[in-house]
Design a protein around this ligand. Structure first.
Ligand code: ATP
Length: 201
């Protein structure tokens, strides 16, 4: 299995790149989806959270009350640590299982917080989608209808552009959609070659 990790800051264009690569018969594993699966109704993760915080952490339909959970971990570092210790290994194990089950020539692992959560070790190659921070802020405001201050606060909470670029094996700049599509075509060819030579060695 050859794993290309795709990351980038908020509104940099990860989904746009992932959608382009998905059209090329490449499987995607999405860390955001996995993070939801490990706390879905009936999961071991949700059962442990409910035992730890009490049943009031569940909504009437039995699903996780994410707003309440966010409040509990925001106001208490011990709770935050407990939750990370529970969920991070579960997420990592499930990501590995989904990667192992993938049969495409390479697999795209989409992880918004790849750098922040130290998941680069799961990847053979790290692709960073990069744009100027001002562009990230403008696209976040336009898409999520948040204030400039809120958009800036989200950027501040993530790894800096420099930190992310320091972990990159490849970088794709997302200023223009057509240029992005052309660059992704070229990167896809490169990933096919890298995956083939990894198998050969
Ligand atoms: P997040 O991690 O915040 O979910 P993301 O990195 O997946 O975001 P996208 O959802 O792909 O980013 O793009 C963010 C927003 O910017 C979307 O509304 C998208 O339509 C828009 N966008 C993406 N690429 C471009 C571009 N080249 N020009 C203009 N708008 C773009």
């Amino acid at each position: 299995m050859y794993v290309v990790g795709l990351t980038g800051g908020i509104a940099s264009g990860k989904t746009t790149v992932a959608d382009l690569i998905a059209t090329k018969n490449i499987n995607l594993v999405d860390a955001d989806i996995v993070a939801r699966e490990v706390v879905a109704i009936g999961s071991d993760g949700l059962a442990q959270i409910s035992t730890h915080f009490g049943p009031e952490i569940l909504l009437d339909d039995g699903s996780l009350n994410r707003t309440l959970l966010r409040e509990k971990i925001f106001s208490d570092d011990t709770n935050k640590q407990w939750l990370n210790n529970l969920l991070h290994p579960m997420i990592r194990a499930e990501l590995l299982a989904q990667l192992a089950a993938s049969r495409s020539i390479y697999t795209l692992l989409v992880v918004p917080l790849l750098v922040e959560n130290n998941l680069t070790s799961l990847c053979d190659h790290v692709l960073v989608v990069d744009v100027e921070e001002q562009v990230q802020i403008e696209r976040t405001i336009a898409r999520d209808h948040v204030s400039e201050q809120q958009a800036k606060a989200i950027l501040q909470s993530q790894a800096s552009r420099q930190q992310r670029l320091a972990d990159a094996d490849s970088v794709v700049v997302n200023n223009d959609r057509q240029q992005l599509a052309d660059d992704v075509d070229i990167l896809h060819q490169k990933f096919l070659e890298l995956a083939a030579s990894a198998v050969a060695n």
